[in-house]
Write a protein that binds this ligand. Structure first.
Ligand SMILES: Nc1nc2c(c(=O)[nH]1)N[C@H]1C(S)=C(S)[C@@H](COP(=O)(O)O)O[C@H]1N2
Ligand SMILES: [Mo]
Length: 512
């Protein structure tokens, strides 16, 4: 009985703490939705954690959760919040003010997180502060209702039920407030409506995708990746909502003339289509963080020509509305032979909001983290020895040319394969250099040539297929690409950090 009592002495305050934390979190989210929509305590704390995370943690999150990494982070923040709530309840029951002090600390942390987000307004510190005050008040209120030890069991029972009703009610109000906040911030879905109503201009120059670029093999990545299947990687916990009517691009820094462009200015320029394969530096060998789209955009070199960079500039630091930055070598953007564009369209539609609506950069040949800034609003012409980009400050290389690579898509991993002729197929890429050949090796045999589909251009991946005469038993199939420069894809394994993975993709099958 006394052990039971001791446990209850801790359990009920912990329950009170968790309920108070839930109430506070809901109040904070609701306050944010009303007064400072970009300062949701949850997403700002998550965002701060993303920015503070060391490169290995980013890799691990992407490797573990893929594009679900953000949901995983938010669930993680919620779990920590519940733990802190329980702790606050227990502390407060022991020593008045300690639990509330813990909530206050959490509030300060949330306010700092919100205030240090890019584009934060002064109001940004309020939601977390309001959430903390609400949690503190709820904690005092609930602890006052934790039943005292009663002599008669029936009295204890009534007290206990009453307490649980209060705690449950408080937590429920918090959850309702959080739900209401998502409904309110749906106002930001206005941008989605604007996007849907948008008609992009007809391209002045169109790109053609030859029919022979698509081998049409079941399970092989299509040569053009549908927007809905296109990988998404960014540091934005809540997708930036940029209304084209408010969008501006400012080009400044080491140049003769500053250039400022509105959405209407941009759309009045002749837009061209280009097909470019985008790849993430975090893509593991055999990974899926790569995709190809037909982009509609305007060459960045034309805008830079207007601005006239000074001779000693060697880098453009592009900045997103959410604070993300990328460092792109100036020469990659001014090169007349490279379609580096400010893109507004993706596969015939306006850019999807999560892919950078209304305007992003696309630069053939460079990993996304040094070139593909989404929701781009600023180009600073500068030097590598003067400015650093978001990921360069976090252990990644400041330049990121894409490495020669190839992947097996078919047969799928773990597929059961029957002896006889088996179609092996995949993709190979080295954007802006191009792929000359693809070779396949079975077990320790000789490297044999695969058949290539027509390459759309050197800026895109190319599909390949290999007809394998498979004998029963366990076999390993391996692929390597050879670039248009004659480089043979290396078998040496390198991790994704600091500048992209290397190694050969292979799959093993039990052939029956
Ligand atoms: N604003 C912003 N732009 C960004 C990023 C980001 O985190 N924020 N990530 C970059 C990275 S690392 C990659 S690989 C590409 C991915 O583009 P996608 O999500 O459209 O596939 O966007 C780039 N542009
Ligand atoms: Mo990336």
């Amino acid at each position: 009985m006394s052990a039971d009592r001791a446990r209850n002495r801790r359990l009920r305050p912990a329950v009170a703490g968790v309920a108070a934390a839930t109430f506070g979190a809901g109040a904070g989210e609701l306050a944010a939705a009303i007064i400072a929509p970009t300062a949701s305590p949850f997403t700002s704390i998550g965002g701060l954690l993303i920015d503070l995370a060391p490169p290995w943690a980013k890799d691990a999150a992407i490797a573990l959760f893929g594009t679900g990494d953000k949901v995983a982070l938010l669930v993680g923040v919620a779990v920590v919040l519940v733990a802190v709530g329980a702790l606050a309840g227990i502390l407060e029951a022991r020593r008045r003010r300690w639990g509330r002090g813990l909530f206050a600390l959490l509030g300060v942390f949330g306010s700092v997180a919100a205030a240090t987000r890019a584009n934060a307004s002064l109001l940004a510190i309020l939601p977390a502060a309001i959430g903390a005050l609400a949690a503190m008040a709820a904690l005092s209120m609930l602890l006052a209702r934790v039943p005292a030890e009663a002599d008669r069991a029936s009295v204890a029972d009534v007290d206990r039920r009453r307490f649980l009703a209060w705690a449950g009610g408080t937590a429920a109000v918090g959850v309702l407030a959080a739900i209401a906040s998502t409904a309110l911030s749906a106002g930001s879905r206005a941008v989605m409506t604007v996007r849907e109503a948008l008609r992009l201009p007809e391209p002045a120059t169109t790109a053609s995708v030859p029919a022979s670029a698509e081998l049409g093999i079941d399970g092989l990545a299509p040569v053009i990746t549908p927007n809905r299947e296109f990988y998404r990687i960014d540091t934005a916990l809540s997708v930036p909502q940029v209304d084209p009517a408010d969008w501006r691009l400012r080009i400044h820094g080491m140049l003769d003339r500053e250039v400022e462009l509105t959405w209407d200015d941009l759309l009045a320029l002749p837009m061209g289509e280009s097909v470019t394969t985008l790849a993430c530096v975090s893509n593991e060998v055999g990974g899926s963080l790569i995709g190809t789209a037909v982009w509609l955009g305007y060459p960045i070199r034309e805008l830079l020509a207007r601005a006239a960079p000074t001779a000693d500039a060697d880098m453009v630091l592009s900045r997103s509305i959410d604070g993300f930055t990328a460092s792109t070598p100036l020469e990659a953007l001014t090169d007349p032979g490279r379609e580096a564009v400010l893109a507004v369209g993706m596969n015939g539609d306006p850019l999807p909001v999560e892919h950078g609506f209304p305007v992003r950069m696309v630069v053939p040949g460079l990993y996304g983290y040094v070139s593909a800034t989404k929701w781009v609003t600023e180009l600073l012409v500068t030097r590598f020895d003067r400015d650093r980009a978001y990921w360069s400050d976090r252990g990644w290389s400041e330049r990121g040319p894409i490495k020669l690579s190839s992947r097996i898509d078919v047969p799928r991993a773990g597929a059961s394969v029957e002896a006889g002729t088996v179609v092996v197929a995949g993709v190979a890429w080295q954007q802006h250099t191009g792929v000359e050949a693809v070779e396949v090796q079975v077990d320790d045999g000789a490297w044999e040539p695969a058949t290539l589909a027509t390459a759309i251009s050197a800026d895109t991946w190319v599909q390949w297929r290999f007809d394998w005469d498979a004998a029963p038993g366990r076999h390993t199939v391996r692929v390597r690409a050879i670039s248009a420069d004659g480089e043979v894809q290396t078998a040496d394994r390198a991790p994704v950090a600091p500048d992209g993975a290397t190694g050969l993709h292979e799959r093993s099958f039990d052939v029956r």
